[in-house]
Ligand binder design. Structure first.
Ligand SMILES: C[S@@+](CC[C@H](N)C(=O)[O-])C[C@H]1O[C@@H](n2cnc3c(N)ncnc32)[C@H](O)[C@@H]1O
Length: 411
């Protein structure tokens, strides 16, 4: 795999990361809402957190990019160095100039616009090499990229989406694209292979998936292998923690180290985004994590009587100070004991910086965890000889943190 840091093949890469993860398992052993309940913040390993807590903002923000103090313990310095060195080496593509009619961006936020501009450009370049004129988009959502591919680049496009409402909406927005409602899975794979082949009428095509969350990128890989008419696939995975199939390789499965908490770290804030955080954002984040931890400390009898009236117990804006936090929790739930909450908060408030330092070390692991997941997916999908693949970053880590395209070609 060309994308691995120099001197690694898949096996040695995975083993090196597993050695690192074994030593630093306390960072992802527990859910982030269970830090207080588990006592992990008071474990001997967590003594490193005070070193991070002492840093000024500029230094704290650079730790995930390799900043360290000479006087720090060797173990910590080694961890930071390894996190830096074990990230995948992924080239970033040049940002294409967009000649797209702005009317086609209807309903898209700025981030999505940039993503579809970049993806449609890569699809067009890749397909041009093989004379491909058809694209099948799995998990197409509202068909944002499909409209650009059809109207700007002239592709015939089939969108496949499991959410019937999204398909209805996509059809209303644009009737020139073909859409079908279907859920891609192991069970539906062969049915979808014939549906797609019928639609292709003997032509070849490129399979794409933008932000294929959870298991979808793995299913798309299986579809790609099963469809001899698919010359290439361009998949941008995300939300690894929603997967039921990861990890895929025997080595990773047997290690028992790749749990949902690690997968969540892989899908979470990256070093570049962390670098840009303000003190206020750090405090708000620490407060938010800490207050959810405090809720976990309520005895089970209390927890059972707490009823959430909304999906999230707190508005993001409510984390700016503890009073709004508390007020918001009370408004959004019934059965909370305000007095107990206030007492708990007063006794734990000092831990905000500690929690944020813990998050900082998790951010250090983010690139490694994501590298491990992507390498695992690549090994699983393209392990055989008759495929070639490469990785390409469509956008920078700040504009779009999940923009790594897995580009596979059938030889
Ligand atoms: C994060 S959204 C991305 C939507 C679209 N590709 C975009 O970038 O705007 C993922 C989409 O994949 C769909 N999806 C997830 N799993 C799927 C599956 N197994 N089969 C078909 N669609 C799926 C979801 O319903 C959702 O619309």
């Amino acid at each position: 795999m060309d994308c691995l840091p120099v001197a690694y093949n898949f096996d040695s890469y995975v083993r090196t990361i597993l050695d690192l993860l074994k030593k630093w398992a306390w960072l992802f052993q527990y859910k982030n809402v269970d830090l207080l309940e588990s006592g992990v913040l008071d474990s001997p390993e967590a003594s490193y957190l005070s070193l991070i807590s002492d840093l000024q903002l500029e230094d704290l923000n650079l730790v995930p990019q390799g900043f360290m103090k000479y006087v720090w313990p060797g173990d910590l310095k080694m961890f930071l160095r390894s996190c830096h060195e074990l990230k995948l080496v992924i080239p970033k593509m040049e940002t294409p100039s967009s000649k797209i009619n702005v009317a086609l961006f209807r309903g898209m936020k700025m981030k999505k616009r940039k993503e579809v501009i970049a993806l449609s450009h890569v699809v067009s370049e890749t397909c041009m090499k093989y004379g491909i004129r058809r694209v099948v988009d799995i998990g197409c959502g509202l068909g944002h990229v499909d409209r650009i591919l059809h109207h700007t680049y002239g592709f015939k496009v089939l969108g496949i989406e499991m959410d019937v409402n999204k398909v209805k909406r996509a059809k209303e927005i644009d009737c020139f694209i073909d859409y079908i409602v279907a859920r891609l899975s192991e069970e539906t794979l062969s049915q979808l292979v014939s549906t797609i082949n019928d639609w292709l009428g003997g032509e070849q095509m490129c399979l794409i998936a933008l932000h294929s969350c959870g298991d979808l990128s793995i299913h798309v890989g299986a579809l790609f292998k099963a469809l001899s008419t698919a010359k290439c696939q361009i998949v941008i995975p995300c939300c690894y923690h929603r997967s039921n199939l990861l990890p895929l390789s025997k080595l990773l499965k047997e290690s028992g180290l790749v749990n949902v908490n690690l997968l969540r770290i892989a899908s979470d804030i990256n070093a570049k985004r962390w670098e840009q955080m303000t003190s206020e954002e750090h405090m708000a984040h620490g407060r938010s994590v800490l207050s959810r931890n405090i809720m976990q400390l309520f005895p089970q009898t209390d927890k059972n009587s707490i009823k959430k009236n909304r999906r999230h117990l707190m508005r993001k804006s409510a984390t700016n100070d503890w009073n709004s936090c508390l007020q918001n929790c009370l408004e959004r739930s019934s059965g909370l004991n305000a007095e107990k909450l206030q007492t708990d908060w007063n006794s734990y408030e000092w831990r905000i910086r500690q929690v944020e330092s813990f998050t900082c070390l998790q951010v250090c692991l983010q690139g490694v965890a994501e590298g491990l997941v992507i390498a695992d997916i690549l090994n699983h999908t393209f392990g055989q000889q008759n495929f070639h693949f490469k990785l390409l970053k469509l956008l920078d880590d700040v504009t779009s943190p999940r923009s790594t395209a897995i580009i596979g070609t059938r030889l």
